[in-house]
Design a protein around this ligand. Structure first.
Ligand code: GDP
Ligand code: MG
Length: 163
């Protein structure tokens, strides 16, 4: 069975953009039409062809997007618990929010190794963006721009290193 990596984060932080960047094939890229692409929950990342892994977009499962209390949120949590690695995605432009704090609180209750992924660093003072999340206390922090494909190689390497 392929290893499983879960993308977790509040709405609009860029989970789907990262998911697409990690899972899309050349074909998908060619056929992509903005606004038409639908959220998918699962995909396979083959950026390193010798080390494919399954990606689950828990936002696609809709749990966190509908609040953390409901049945769908449980599904989202189950995916994170099942995963070998969680990528906790936050928005470097907006900084830490109350919902990020809430998600972090339940991530701390599960044993899955978790990286903090600060997205949307394009055009930002990266250090200042990271500082906003310093209080989260993550050892593993990755600064990326999913839309500009910055930092994706490092994210991939760090993820593969723990799978
Ligand atoms: P999701 O709700 O977490 O799945 O977030 P989406 O992937 O749908 O992205 C939400 C918005 O943020 C969209 O308008 C994206 O184009 C934008 N976005 C995603 N990643 C980046 C990024 O790295 N930089 C910038 N500037 N915008 C981004
Ligand atoms: Mg999404």
């Amino acid at each position: 069975m392929l290893p499983l990596v879960a993308l977790v984060g509040r709405p609009n932080v860029g989970k789907s953009t990262l998911f697409n960047g990690l899972t899309r094939t050349r074909d998908a890229l060619v056929h992509d039409e903005p606004g038409v692409t639908r959220d998918r929950n699962y995909g396979v990342c083959r950026l390193d062809p010798e080390r494919p892994f399954v990606l689950v977009d828990t936002g696609g499962i809709a749990g966190i997007e509908e609040g953390l209390a409901g049945a769908t949120a449980r599904q989202s949590r189950a995916a994170a618990e099942e995963a070998d690695v969680v990528l906790f995605i936050v928005d470097g432009r907006e900084g830490a929010s109350a919902l990020d704090d809430e998600i972090l609180a339940w991530l701390r209750k599960i044993d899955t190794p978790t990286f903090l992924v600060v997205n949307k660093i394009d055009g930002l003072d990266v250090q200042a963006a990271l500082n906003d999340f310093a209080r989260y206390g993550f050892k593993d922090v990755l600064a990326v721009s999913s839309s500009h494909k910055t930092g994706i190689d490092t994210l991939l390497a760090r993820t593969l290193a723990v799978l």
